[in-house]
Design a protein around this ligand. Sequence first.
Ligand SMILES: C[S@@+](CC[C@H](N)C(=O)[O-])C[C@H]1O[C@@H](n2cnc3c(N)ncnc32)[C@H](O)[C@@H]1O
Length: 482
Amino acid sequence: MAGGRPSKPPRDPARRAAFDALLAVETEGAYANLIMNRLFAERALDQRDAAFATELVAGTSRLAGTYDLILASASGRDLDRLDRPVLVLLRLGAHQLLSMRVPRHAAVGTTVELAREVAGPKITGLVNAVLRKVAVDTYAGWTNWLGRDLSPREALAVRTAHPPWIVDAYAEVLDEDELEPALLANNDPAAVTLAVRPGLADLSELLDAGAGPGRWSPFAATWHGSPSDLAAVRQGRAGVQDEGSQLVAAALGQWSPTRTELVETRPEPVEGPGPILPRPSTGSEDVSGPWLDLCAGPGGKSALLAGLAKAVGARLLAVELSRHRADLVRSAVRAFDSVDVIVADGTTPPWPNGRFERVLADVPCTGLGSLRRRPESRWRRDPAALDQLVPLQRALLGSALDAARPGGLVGYVTCSPHRRETVEVVEAVLAQRRGVTVVDAATVLSGAGLPVLPDSAVGPYLQLWPHRHQTDAMFAAYLRVG
Ligand SMILES: C[S@@+](CC[C@H](N)C(=O)[O-])C[C@H]1O[C@@H](n2cnc3c(N)ncnc32)[C@H](O)[C@@H]1O
């Protein structure tokens, strides 16, 4: 159904599109963001309907686990015994009743009509009855009631709509009083942030086109609307990228161990964003060797690094295990002539050791730091995945260190604040090696001419947070070899 059009024109195209998208997420494992983009375009929803349907899909997906507890209680049923379309309809109605400003009669009435359209008249009585019960209380009322016999941590999981294991992972790295704001920040949709590719576009081009300024990164702009409305994005001279991702990559690319001075002009002939580019390399601070992006797909950080590398005369090798994702990298860096993209396993690399001046290992991870951008992901993640991810992360960091030449800088990055995939990976790998120095992340940022964000240090490492910095929860460790 998700791919096709309804056989008759729907009475309520926005809710129908939202239902179809949510059903694809529930039954086909679709990603909410991708299916929304495709389906809303296929059905030519106007801007208002698309915005409404987006809130329905994203909001319902984020809070689905808590809605299921409310629906089970309101219906007195085991939800596993409901047909999936019926469950999706009930979640959709619950979201409108409990988290949107849709009047109660409209939320119930439109969901009942939608049920008739997609599941037939037999189901409308059940949908009507359950939603009327849901409507007797607010979200806060329901979650207080559901949490009454739970531990404070479990009640917090229900209230903030997170699986308990994610709450526990956050609790390991945050003070108790910061937990709730951190979790709630995952329920706020993130603004679309763009990054200009250094040397290919100036920020002023995006600002002149109506974008707002970024908060931290000298490459960043915020944008309301479709990124492809901008010529720079269409031409690969800018792309969508969280500011935290921009900073961790830019810090790696722009850091110079001896440089205290920043230049106002660009090294010729490559054009760059101006005041933040380092001087061309000299002697011991040579940055002209090749750079490596070990886990490149889909290519956002490669594109930023490519511009910074080119500015100092370096080529970038972008490596990706998945063929499909390597194609995405090729597309992201299409405006550069100084990037080689290869499909390879970074743990068994085809290059000799000790070769690269800068190495980024932005490893596969649980993605617990970008939950606000991926509405359904928190319910899909499985903590058991850590048992596979952690050994892979260690192996990739080991490869990254092997690949760096003496004096080279390695950035180990995750889009997760989970201790097992951040500090513990770095410390486990360092415990097995000599001759690698941890460079304080604040020193790297300031040595790269970038801002040192408040409350972003975990020992010598960087940990960003949506609730503190309005970025994804990126972790970075910078390690110097030799
Ligand atoms: C967190 S993502 C990287 C994001 C990317 N740096 C960006 O900014 O767009 C991790 C990537 O590593 C890739 N990957 C997983 N295992 C790998 C391996 N053994 N070697 C190379 N890449 C791998 C995944 O396919 C995924 O695309």
